[in-house]
Design a protein around this ligand. Structure first.
Ligand code: ATP
Ligand code: MG
Length: 392
């Protein structure tokens, strides 16, 4: 198959200096993604275009798959590159391209020439009609349709000539690295990996934090979170996963506070700890998988009380999503099968039978006074005993 790809990227709003940054970051992310697969690749920017050249032994499908994980890419076009730009050479190239790309040759088509090399002596119109005529000669069953062709055959004349027609969809978004970093609260559920994916899609690099509660949660539950971090990292690039031992804090809250308030108080401490590590890691925001009304701790009142301990912005990209919408994305990014593995979560273990759904900030704060004696020391212990893993 083809050994060169033209990379299409979008974000119409990105202009001037930001555009340069966008392209730099995109090339960098493409290089990172291709480094993970076999083969030698060169990614280069040439007058407002990005090309990926595959040098030797590479797997076409694997390469396309790797590129489909790079945010910022809108389309991946397998392209035929030739150095001669005479009408004969270009026509032969187009015929060869059609032969190689399509099994049948009875479609409607249109040749769409672009002369980026302005010194080229023949007008685009002439190139279109000349190449079109030769294609019709060669494939008698093909027809020209200038309005809605089945095959739009692009011929770009630059220092070399590029021929392509297919656009394989990319993930869209912005290249990671164009928008600082954020700390994702990553549980083993369906929602938080999707939330992380959505924020990374806007160009944000991720750190992650997982609250582990051994021995109430198992090694397998922890491994599941590591696996989910790996799935997100295929898109976001490397993630520094912080694994925090939350058991003693949970037990202490359980001992000292009304049980119907447990979840909400626990969530406040999760945010406090997440923010601690976020500051340490140079993050500018926290990210959670919360969505209004999904569970007791995600009513607006609960979110209000949870949010009250945070000084950083908390991004909740799923806030208005229905569960099915979230599941759809989870399946699309291939996280779903891992997310639904049935391992216990730290939150479910100490969950009250009737948790408050409309917590009152004053009464929550009053209950938290009961934690005064030991909570600072327990937080310090949690900070000191963190395990940090580099996920890639
Ligand atoms: P998820 O599917 O992401 O687990 P959920 O529907 O189970 O979410 P909650 O358990 O209320 O909802 O958690 C809400 C959010 O809090 C999660 O999306 C995640 O961002 C964070 N969170 C919950 N539990 C943990 C945990 N053990 N470690 C890290 N973050 C957590
Ligand atoms: Mg959960």
């Amino acid at each position: 198959m083809f050994d060169t790809f033209l990379i299409k990227y979008g974000e119409i709003g990105v202009k001037g200096k930001n555009r340069y940054m966008f392209e730099e970051a995109l090339v960098h992310q493409i290089e990172l993604a291709l480094r993970k697969i076999d083969g030698k690749f060169r990614c280069s920017r040439e007058s407002g275009r990005i090309y990926v050249y595959c040098m030797d032994d590479f797997d076409y499908d694997e390469t396309v798959d790797a590129l489909q994980h790079v945010f910022g890419i809108v389309g991946i076009c397998p392209v035929l590159v030739i150095s001669g730009d005479s009408l004969d050479e270009m026509s032969d190239a187009c015929i060869g391209f059609l032969e190689k790309t399509y099994d049948a040759h009875d479609q409607t088509f249109k040749v769409n020439c672009r002369r980026a090399k302005k010194s080229y002596p023949i007008s685009s119109m002439e190139v279109n009609s000349e190449i079109g005529a030769r294609i019709l000669d060669h494939f008698p069953e093909m027809k020209v349709d200038v309005h809605e062709p089945q095959i739009m055959l692009h011929v770009e004349i630059r220092n070399r000539v590029y021929v392509y027609s297919k656009v394989i969809p990319g993930p869209g978004g912005m290249p990671v690295g164009t928008n600082a970093r954020a700390m994702l609260l990553l549980s083993g559920g369906i929602d938080s990996p999707v939330a992380g994916w959505m924020i990374a899609k806007r160009g944000v690099a991720l750190d992650a934090i997982y609250f582990n509660a051994p021995p109430y949660t198992s090694e397998r539950a922890k491994q599941k979170v590591i696996d989910l971090a790996k799935i997100v990292a295929r898109y976001s690039g490397p993630i520094r996963l912080h694994i925090v031992n939350f058991t003693d804090i949970q037990l202490y809250i359980y001992e000292q506070c009304p049980h119907d308030e447990l979840t909400i108080i626990m969530r406040r401490y999760m945010m406090i700890i997440a923010e601690h590590f976020a500051k340490e890691a140079g993050d500018y925001a926290l990210v959670t998988g919360e969505s209004i009304g999904q569970v007791a701790s995600q009513t607006i009142q609960s979110l209000f009380v949870t949010n009250e301990v945070c000084t950083m912005p908390v991004f909740r990209p799923l806030i208005g999503f229905d569960k099915q919408d979230i599941v759809d994305i989870s399946e699309k990014i291939k996280a779903y099968d891992t997310s639904i593995l049935p391992y216990e979560d730290c939150c479910t273990i100490f969950v009250a039978r009737h948790p408050v759904t409309k917590p009152n900030l004053k009464s929550i704060k009053k209950s938290e006074v009961n934690l005064q004696e030991k909570i600072d020391q327990l937080l310090e212990q949690a900070y000191d005993s963190v395990e940090i893993m580099e996920i890639d």
